[in-house]
Design a binder for this molecule. Structure first.
Ligand code: CP
Ligand code: NVA
Length: 313
């Protein structure tokens, strides 16, 4: 992975780069509010290659490019037919001739890694089955806006040890936060990832924990985080999965156990009445829509970083 060219995951970037991204995201947000759109990306083109549905990611990347004077186009994964119509390498060798950045949402994490390796242009992971780094950055910006310095704060992800949980754990490690995954047995983050991330927590004197009892897990949390129980691509497992997750709903009772300091976020889309209740999502502790807005600012910071380090800015 070329850390200067691509954004595939947060952990390899390290603490300083992530802090810089969060700081720049805040600057981008303030600038937009004060001065409106600018032309920093004039003449630059992003393409969005999405194999899965999206509202937030697609809109925020397109708006980010447009607000900064560039353009964005959507690639229809079906009609490109990577590996069917032509090889991945040839697709990459075409795209790099026209584009300045390729934003990818794929099932396979390896596909994004391969595109990054094969294409000379920056590649951004816009969610794979394994991780969702842009979401975690938007959470980081939101958390900072609400709570200031993140060091020592605790985020409890209540649900499946999935792509969003993994990227949040990476962000938490790099921001010296504690991370707790409250999940049913069998739905933990993969052991290989835990082995990789735990030393990052230990180095900063913070903790990574997996706790199966949701009530025990949330006590004292600064942030409760929620996501769907069944991720895109797992729809066939819905019936089997949901029964395990019923005690892991973020509702008023769980929020009260967490304590009055706790804020609640969700990457969205939410399945209201499943992993989170209407009362919590529409309540005063929820910061989900702030986080959705912050996708825009965080992704501008990501594109700026990659454009700068590849001579495009
Ligand atoms: N949170 C998020 O990535 O939303 P979309 O799937 O709608 O892009
Ligand atoms: N874990 C969810 C996140 C959606 C933004 C999924 O992968 O479907």
């Amino acid at each position: 992975m070329n850390l200067q060219k691509d954004l595939i995951d947060l952990l390899p970037l390290g603490e300083q780069a992530v802090q810089e991204l969060l700081a720049d995201a805040a600057i981008q947000k303030a600038r937009l509010r004060q001065n409106g759109p600018d032309t920093e990306f004039a003449g630059r083109t992003a393409a969005l290659y999405f194999e899965k549905p999206s509202l937030r990611t697609r809109v925020t990347f397109e708006v980010a490019m447009n607000q900064k004077g560039g353009q964005a186009l959507h690639l229809d994964a079906g009609s490109i037919g990577i590996g069917k119509r032509e090889s991945l390498a040839d697709v990459a060798r075409n795209l790099e001739r026209w584009l300045d950045v390729l934003v990818c949402r794929t099932y396979s994490h390896e596909l994004v890694e391969s595109l990054a390796k094969l294409a000379k242009i920056p590649v951004i992971n816009a969610l794979t089955d394994i991780s969702h780094p842009c979401q975690a950055l938007a959470f980081g910006l939101t958390a900072r806006e609400h709570r200031g310095d993140l060091q020592g704060l605790t985020v409890v992800f209540v649900g499946d040890g999935n792509n969003v949980a993994r990227s949040l754990a990476e962000l938490a490690a790099l921001c010296a936060m504690n991370f707790v995954l409250a999940c049913p047995p069998g739905f933990e983050l993969p052991e290989s990832f835990v082995r990789q991330v735990v030393p990052e927590f230990h180095r900063r004197g913070t903790r990574f924990e997996t706790i199966h009892d949701p009530k025990e897990a949330v006590r004292g949390a600064d942030f409760l985080y929620s996501d769907v129980w069944v991720s895109m691509g797992q729809e066939g497992q819905k019936g089997e999965k949901v029964s395990h997750f019923l005690p892991y709903q973020i509702n008023s009772e769980l929020l009260e156990i967490a304590g009055s300091q706790a804020l609640v976020s969700h990457c969205l889309p939410a399945h209201r009445g499943e992993e989170i209740t209407d009362l919590v999502m529409d309540g005063e502790k929820a910061v989900c829509f702030d986080e959705a807005e912050n996708r825009l600012h965080a992704q501008k910071a990501v594109i700026r970083r990659l454009f700068r380090s590849t001579g495009r800015l």
